[in-house]
Design a protein around this ligand. Structure first.
Ligand code: ARG
Length: 467
């Protein structure tokens, strides 16, 4: 006789007792979070091990049972690690999948693990464990981009760049100064992730579904085992809020915006019009039609993906804004936003850390572009040093600029007669001092673009980068 094919495996739901009919397959497909929350499994297992120990402590499990549960959880984790774990359509989420498999392996003992726990505090726990690790991971990835920026700044200590406001040439600056500006932004981003990590550093387990567990579980002990420094103070808050995830996304969105601005400058600088940077071939793409093209797609995608990261922040805040306390299933939507934003941000950070060191700056072109009318402010400042009120000096130099533009003359080349006509204080010796090097050297204030000051900034950056 032919053997009947086994029907597709389907486990009985943990909550099936109250229901007379099975869940519709369409509902299973609609409500599942497995496709995205399975990545939480190491945290889920770690949380369950700590919970099992608390159950032993509270004498809700014998030592032997506790040890068997731990071994069972380790076995489940190994299956997941090895990709051998078989998920079922009836597994609603990673938490149920782990427990279902644990029960298959251990029998009824598996059913004791969920004593005094709800998936609501369980998922809140997993999320905080994930966030804690992810903050560290992102921090390291941002640090790598910082190191790349520091490296570029070191390699181009003396290169001059036209600094822009309104994307109009404004004043000469050192390229290193410009690059270190991004490094500063990233330093604040790292501080935001560290801050988020301290907020995530709180154990929600013990909150139960919302009211707090009815068993005498030692929450402080669980916290210590999982490396948390605090336990949550309010069980309703512990399961209902996701502000720490929103904080992570806000930090991610701000970081992405910083990367996007850097990417936009790379796109601009790589144009023939600017011509300030040559992209490494390995980090550029060509055109399927136009043979001459070399496109900055990497930088463009860093800029483009920023939209997704910002979108994730907006999506989560929108999900949260109308929710009554405490847990609502809407909260499950936190994870796709969170994971996608984190992955996207990490991709952007990694690709920039790899590409930046290989950018070739056309420093001669940059320096040439940093000369000319960008020195007008310095001329006004020189007049101020000769006692002319700044507003008057501004007006005098404005008139000279008009003259230069009308006669296609450089400020430095204006002759004595023209200069005298504009101000008694102006001489050819004075205007001949106007060079980009002179301009930057004057800006010795803390944080200014003078070579000496930039060197000091750079030394601090090198120290902080730990090399
Ligand atoms: N998959 C759920 C989530 O991600 C886990 C919590 C489910 N809790 C519940 N009461 N249905 O939020």
């Amino acid at each position: 006789m032919r053997r009947r094919r086994r029907p597709r495996a389907r486990a009985v739901k943990a909550w099936a007792g109250r229901f007379a009919a099975p869940t519709a397959p369409a509902v299973e497909a609609f409500t599942t979070s497995l496709p995205f929350d399975r990545r939480l499994y190491p945290h889920d297992v770690a949380g369950s091990v700590a919970h099992a120990r608390a159950l032993v402590r509270a004498r809700l499990l014998t030592r032997r049972e506790g040890a068997r549960l731990e071994r069972g959880l380790a076995a489940v984790e190994r299956e997941l690690d090895a990709g051998r774990f078989r998920f079922l359509p009836s597994d609603e989420d990673i938490h149920m999948a782990v427990e279902r498999r644990l029960t298959e392996l251990l029998g009824p003992l598996g059913g004791k693990l969920h004593t005094g726990r709800s998936r609501n505090d369980q998922v809140a726990l997993d999320l905080r464990l994930w966030l804690r690790a992810e903050c560290d991971g992102v921090d390291a990835a941002v640090a790598a981009v910082q190191r790349a920026l520091t490296g570029l700044a070191r390699r181009h200590r003396d290169a001059l760049l036209p600094g822009y406001t309104h994307l109009q040439r404004a004043q000469p600056v050192l390229l290193a100064h410009h690059l270190l500006a991004y490094r500063e932004m990233l330093a604040r981003d790292r501080a935001r992730f560290r801050d988020c990590r301290t907020r995530a550093d709180e154990l929600p387990l013990g909150a139960g579904a919302l009211a707090g567990t009815g068993f005498p579980l030692d929450r402080k002990l669980v916290a210590r085992r999982l490396g948390f420094s605090r336990v949550s103070a309010n069980s309703i808050d512990a399961v209902a809020d996701r502000d720490v995830a929103a904080e992570f996304l806000a930090a991610a969105a701000i970081t992405a915006v910083h990367l996007s601005r850097l990417a936009e400058e790379i796109v601009l600088w790589a144009t023939e019009e600017f011509g300030f940077v040559e992209l490494p071939d390995a980090f550029a793409t060509g055109s399927s039609m136009m043979p001459q093209k070399k496109n900055p797609d990497v930088a463009e995608l860093v800029r483009g993906k920023t939209g997704r990261v910002i979108g994730a922040l907006v999506a989560l805040l929108t999900t949260l804004k109308g929710l009554p306390l405490a847990y609502n299933r809407d909260l499950q939507e936190d994870k796709p936003a969170l994971f996608d934003a984190a992955d996207t941000l990490r991709q952007c950070l990694d690709v920039l850390a790899a590409m930046l060191p290989r950018l070739r700056f056309r420093t001669a072109r940059m320096a040439a572009a940093a000369d000319g009318l960008l020195l007008a402010t310095d001329l006004a400042d020189l007049l101020v040093e000769r006692g002319v009120p700044f507003r008057r000096a501004h007006e005098i130099v404005g008139g000279l600029v008009r003259h230069c533009l009308a006669t296609a003359t450089a400020l430095r080349d204006l002759d004595a007669a023209v200069l005298r006509r504009h101000s008694a204080q102006l001489t050819p010796e004075l205007v001949r001092r106007l060079t980009p090097a002179f301009s930057v050297a004057r800006r010795r204030v803390t944080g200014g673009t003078a070579p000496r000051e930039v060197r000091r900034q750079l030394a601090r950056a090198v120290r902080e980068d730990g090399r």
